[in-house]
Design a protein. Sequence first.
Length: 665
Amino acid sequence: MQADFAKLLDAEIAKSWYDRRFSILKKLYDAQQRQVQRQDARLAIWFVGALYILFSITDALLIGDVIFYAVLSRLAIGAVYILCIGLQIRRNVDAALVELQCALGVVVGYASWLLLTVFSAHSANVSYYLAYGTVFMMVSNLFFNFRFRVALLASGLITVIFFVSTLLFFQFPFQYYVAIGSLYVLSFVLTIFINWKLNLERYRVFLNSMRAEIRQKQATERGEELLKLSTTDALTGLLNRRAIDQLLSEFWGAWKERSAAFGVILIDIDYFKMFNDYYGHQKGDACLVAVARVMEEVAARHGCRIGRFGGEEFIILLLSETEAQIAAVAEDVRGSIQVLKIPHEARLDHLATVTVSIGAAFCRGIAADKPERIVTGADRALYLAKDSNRNCVKLFDERLFGTNSTQDSVIEAMRSAIEQDRVSLVYQPIWDVAAGRIRAAEALMRLSAADGTAISPALFIPVAERTGAIVDLGIWACRQACRQLSLTEAIPTISVNVSAVQLRRPNFVETVGAILREAKVAPHRLAIEITEGLEIETDSAVAETIAALKRLGVQIWLDDFGTGFAGLSCLSRISFDTVKVDRLFVQASDTPRGAKMLKDIITLVQNSGQNIVVEGVETGEQVALLKQYGVGLLQGFYFNRPMSADALGLLAARGDRLALGAAVA
C-alpha cells in the first residue's frame, strides 16, 4: 500500500504546473491546508488588525479633517475583525469559511478607508493616499495563506472598487488614472502571481513532505525488519543465538545488580539427526517448527523467553526464585512435546515418537563469574539427561558435576568452536619409505579458546568424549578430511580418529556415507582410527558399527596398539586394514630390551596379515631399525610435524622423494 502511494506521489511531483492533479492528493493537501490556515489566521488577524488601526497615523497626516471618523472606523472594523474571526477559530468553524471571511474583511477594510477619503477636503493628499490601496492586495496575498481563488477574489474586488469609486467620486486627470491605475493593475498581477507561486510551492512541499515521511517510515520499517531478522531464527521465528546471548547478559546484569534470580533450560530433540536421515530435511524442519510452537506456548504460560540455540537445541531463560520452578517449567516443556506424538520410527529405543532431553541450571546453584557458566551448567545437565535414556529432565548440581573451572572453560570453548571457526584440523603425513611418497595422513584436531589460546587435545578430547561434544566434532572432522581428499588425488588416504562414543551412535555409518557422497570421495580413501580397543571387545554396538563401516568400504585402523588400551584379541576378532604401533615402543628401541620388544610387536602384527604403521619416529636410527624390521610405513616428527591442509596438499603434489631419501639414507 505504501509503495503504491509513494509511486502516486512520485508521479504527481513529476507533473508540470498545468497538468491535472490527482484528486486524492488534492483532497489531502486541502485538508492539511485547512489546519495550516487555521493556525496562520490566528496570528494574521492580530497583525493585520493592528496594522489597519496603526494606519490612523497616516490618516491624521493626509486626511486630518476626517480623522475622528477614520480612527473610529478603523478601531471598529479592526476590533470586530479580530474578535469575530478569533472566536470562530476557537470554535473550530470550517477553515474555508474563516478564510473567506478574512478575505472579505480585508476588502471591507479597504472599502471603508476609501469611503472616508471621499469626504476629505484634501483632494491632493487623497490622490497620493489612494496609492496605499495596493497594501491591501499585499495583505490578502502575502500575510494570509489564502488559496489562489480566494486571493484572486479579494485582490480583484480591491482593484474594481478602486476604479469604480475614483471614477464616480473623484475628478482626477487622465494621467493620474494611467499612473495609479497601472500601479493597481500591476500590483494585482504581481501579488496574484506570487500567491499562485506560493500555493504551488506549498503543494510541492506537501508532496515532498509526504514522500519523505513515507521513505522515513519505510526506512524505519526496514530497520525494524533487519533488526528482527538479525535477532530471529529464520525457520522457527524464535529468538536466535545472538538475541539469546543479549538476553542472557541482561538477566545476568539483573542478577548481579538486583539479585533477580533466573534459570537456564536447554532442550535437545532426541535422535534428531536420525529423524532427518529417515524422514528427510523437509520433515525435519516441520518437526522443529512444531516443537518450537509448543515450547513457545509453554514459555508464554510461564512468562519465559525462548530461543533456538542451534540445530535441534533450544533454550529458555526465566526469572525464578526457586529451582523447583525451573524444574516445573522444564517438565511442562518435556510433557507438552511428548503429547504431540510426532512419529519417530527411526530411533532405536523403546519409543517411537519425538521426545526431548532437558538440562537446567539455576543461577543460585552455580558459583559463576560470568553468564556463560550457567549455560555450561545446563549443558552438562543436558548431557546427563542424554546419558539417562533421554526423554527426561536433569538439573545441574555442583555436588554431582564438581567445580573444575578448567573443565568448564573447555566445555564453553567446545560449545561454539565450530560456529566460531575455532576448531581446525592439521595433518601428519605417513610415509612409504621405500617409494619415498606419502601414503596417508592422519587428521589431528586442534581447538582454541575464544581469546585464541590453544587448548591441548589431551585436555579437550576426554572432556568432549565425556560430555558427548565429540559427536559433532567428530562429524565435522570427517567432513573436513573428505573435503581435503576431494581436492587432490596425491593423498591416497586420510585417517580420522573416532572414539567409542561416536561408534555407539546408531546413525554414525549413515552419516559417514552421506559425507563421502557429498564430497564425491571413494570410501576406501577414508580411514577410521579406533582408539579404544577395550570397548571394541565388550560393546556389541561398537563392533556392529565397525562391521557396517567395512561394508561401506571405509578402512578401519587400530591405533595405539600394544599399550594395553587395545587388547591383542582385537587382531583376531576384527580384520583391521592397518594397525598403528604406539610411539612408546619406537621411543624405547634405543635399548636392546626395547628393540626386542618393538620387533616382537611388529612381528605379531605382520603375522596377523595386517598392514602396519609405526608412529612417533624421531631419529634416523629409528628409521634404519624399522626398515631392518621390514616396516615400510612410518610417521613422526623425523619426517614432518603436523601441518595445515594447504601445506599437506603442496607436499603431496610435489612428491619430493629426494628429501625423504636423504632422510632415511
